[in-house]
Ligand binder design. Structure first.
Ligand SMILES: *Cc1c(COP(=O)(O)O)cnc(C)c1O
Length: 386
């Protein structure tokens, strides 16, 4: 067998091996496992979206190759949604690109801009794709630590000058997975200034702007003045409309970056099944009360879990957005040990170190199970020996 490429060899080690082994062992023993590990909504896609797909799939026009950049109607629906939701004007011709899920766009973007020796600035802890896509493009991810003492925001003044000279892209994600931190528009304004001064392309991953509580409304990076000159934003229907399996997202913002990403994609994939785009139009243009219903379900779960975990003695911040709890491990336990203790009582959480070294000392809990299962999880967590 021929050897795998250097880029595959450079992938960070798979940290969940031990956890997976233990999960399998418990399952084989017939233990009922409550999985709060994966960020995959348990609630189905709203029915008006499913109906739109159902109809579109019978239309033979949709059986052919779609347009690479996405249907004009889809790009227009995205522009309308951005205008309504954020007050941001987008040109559907040049500033919107359909993606096969936002992960696909995030993974391909570095191929459009990075040469060997270039650097990207990636937060840690973070969604692993930012660093991995950098490695796949032959470039070097440089960590911006997200620490509790800095409200899980990068400290821009800590980034050394020599790194700044080589850094071409900065990845950011607020509301944040895994820490559930939110930022305001002032933070994005600072980022715009920093990026234009240092000639860096900002890639903001906005997967969770719509999953928010307590009257909080998360800003778009593109609302910051000048943002379109320095960056793009990745969006996804996955979390907003419970459509993780459908694979649809989009990139918006700087037209040069959108064009470059589109050129990479047109040489790799051939666009998105039109029936899915038509369903997404129904989602974006339709009644948004389904989104508030989804948020109120997560809010009830959040309140139950946060109160219970605090009572048990865990350290955590009450999230204003996302469906994750970022839970500090007591007594300096490392995240893998803490994860094992959760597993011992049949509850799966994700060790923070899986999101980067700076995530150690935390576990992430996804609120992607119904309230009864969460109550059962609480009873089990109360039995964990701390
Ligand atoms: C879920 C998620 C995504 C990707 O969603 P897609 O399903 O690929 O659109 C991107 N970023 C973060 C931080 C996520 O949690």
């Amino acid at each position: 067998m021929i050897e795998v490429s250097e880029r595959l060899k450079r992938l960070p080690p798979y940290l969940f091996k031990e956890i997976d082994r233990k999960k399998e062992e418990l399952r084989a023993k017939g233990v009922d496992i409550i999985d709060l590990g994966v960020g995959d909504p348990d609630i189905p896609t709203p029915s008006h979206i499913v109906d739109a797909m159902s109809e579109a799939i019978r239309d033979v026009k949709n059986h052919r190759y779609p347009a690479y950049e996405g249907m004009k109607e889809f790009r227009e629906a995205v522009a309308r949604w951005y205008k309504r939701r954020f007050g941001v004007e987008l040109d559907p011709e040049t500033e919107v690109l359909a993606l096969i899920g936002s992960k696909e766009g995030i993974a391909h973007l570095p191929l459009a801009f990075l040469n060997p020796g270039d650097m990207t600035l990636v937060p840690s802890p973070a969604y692993p794709v930012y660093g991995i896509s950098t490695i796949f493009a032959g470039a070097e991810p440089v960590v911006m630590p997200l620490l509790k003492e800095n409200d899980f925001r990068p400290t821009l003044s800590d980034i050394p000058q020599d790194i700044l000279k080589k850094a071409k892209i900065m990845f950011l994600n607020y509301p944040n997975n895994p820490t559930s931190t939110c930022v305001d528009l002032d933070f994005f304004k600072e980022i715009v200034d920093f990026a234009s001064k240092n000639r860096i392309l900002v890639c903001h991953d906005a997967a969770y702007t719509e999953i928010s509580f307590d009257g909080y409304s998360a800003p778009s990076f593109l609302q910051a003045e000048g943002a379109k000159e320095v960056g793009i934003e990745f969006h996804s229907l996955s979390k907003t409309y419970n459509m993780t399996g459908w694979r649809i997202g989009f990139a918006v913002g700087n037209s040069n970056a959108i064009d470059a990403l589109g050129r990479v994609k047109s040489n790799i994939d051939s666009g998105l099944f039109q029936a899915i785009q038509i369903a997404a139009i129904a989602a974006l243009d339709g009644d948004q009360s389904c989104v508030s219903e989804i948020c109120s379900i997560y809010k009830e779960r959040r309140d139950l879990m946060v109160n219970a975990l605090k009572e048990i003695g865990f350290d955590l911040i009450i999230p204003k957005a996302t469906f994750y709890l970022w839970i500090g491990t007591p007594k300096g336990l490392d995240s893998q040990e803490m994860t094992k203790r959760f597993l011992d009582v049949g509850v799966v959480v994700t060790p923070g170190i899986g999101f980067g070294k700076e995530g150690d000392g935390y576990v992430r809990m996804a609120l992607t199970q119904g309230i009864d299962r969460l109550k059962e999880a609480v009873e089990r967590i109360e039995r964990i020996a701390l």
